[in-house]
Design a protein around this ligand. Structure first.
Ligand SMILES: *[C@@H]1O[C@H](CO)[C@@H](O)[C@H](O)[C@H]1NC(C)=O
Ligand SMILES: *[C@@H]1O[C@H](CO)[C@@H](O)[C@H](O)[C@H]1NC(C)=O
Length: 153
């Protein structure tokens, strides 16, 4: 009987130890593609501090490869947008590319001072590469990555 209890305690300990890293993973922000129309388009996003903090600046490292569109110097934009319940939070952040890149060619861009809006517990973080058409007043996206964050505070 005693042996059985020890085995049980050991088993419970193992479960606890295994659960710890899993909880850390749950809190990490992971980006996934938000548009599977262009499966060969890649957009990788890394953010500075794991969870952006309200009213502070966050840094973003974005790299990837566009399938069809080139990146055009001074025209193509890296766009970062926080949203909750379908509404944009704060201001949309746009940063123009300072160099051109052919389609299917790896690119990278970093934005070191992206203002974080006042964040609710749960929100979405969108990262786009695209182009703003002033005539149409419309943003054409070439690539999009999305992170869903919940229980951030
Ligand atoms: C980022 O892109 C530039 C321009 O294409 C390139 O010269 C540089 O090596 C790239 N850096 C990284 C870390 O990929
Ligand atoms: C945050 O970023 C904005 C522009 O993106 C900049 O004007 C401001 O100085 C930055 N604040 C800090 C504390 O770095």
């Amino acid at each position: 009987m005693k042996k059985f209890i020890y085995a049980y305690i050991l088993f419970a300990l193992l479960l606890t130890v295994n659960a710890a890293p899993f909880q850390l993973n749950k809190r990490a922000i992971t980006f996934v593609t938000c548009d599977d129309t262009f499966p060969s388009t890649v957009l990788n996003v890394k953010i500075g501090s794991d969870h952006p903090e309200s009213k502070k600046n966050e840094s973003f490292e974005v790299s990837g490869k566009l399938t069809y569109e080139p990146i055009v110097k001074d025209i193509t934009v890296l766009r970062i947008e926080y949203s909750a319940n379908g509404n944009t939070l704060g201001d949309i952040y746009d940063q123009v590319f300072s160099y051109s890149v052919e389609p299917r060619t790896p690119f990278n861009i970093s934005a070191s001072d992206v203002p974080t809006p006042e964040l609710p517990d749960s929100y979405m973080l969108y990262v786009y590469v695209g182009e703003y058409d002033r005539m149409e007043g419309f943003f054409y996206e070439s690539a999009c990555a999305l992170a869903t964050v919940s229980g951030s505070s």
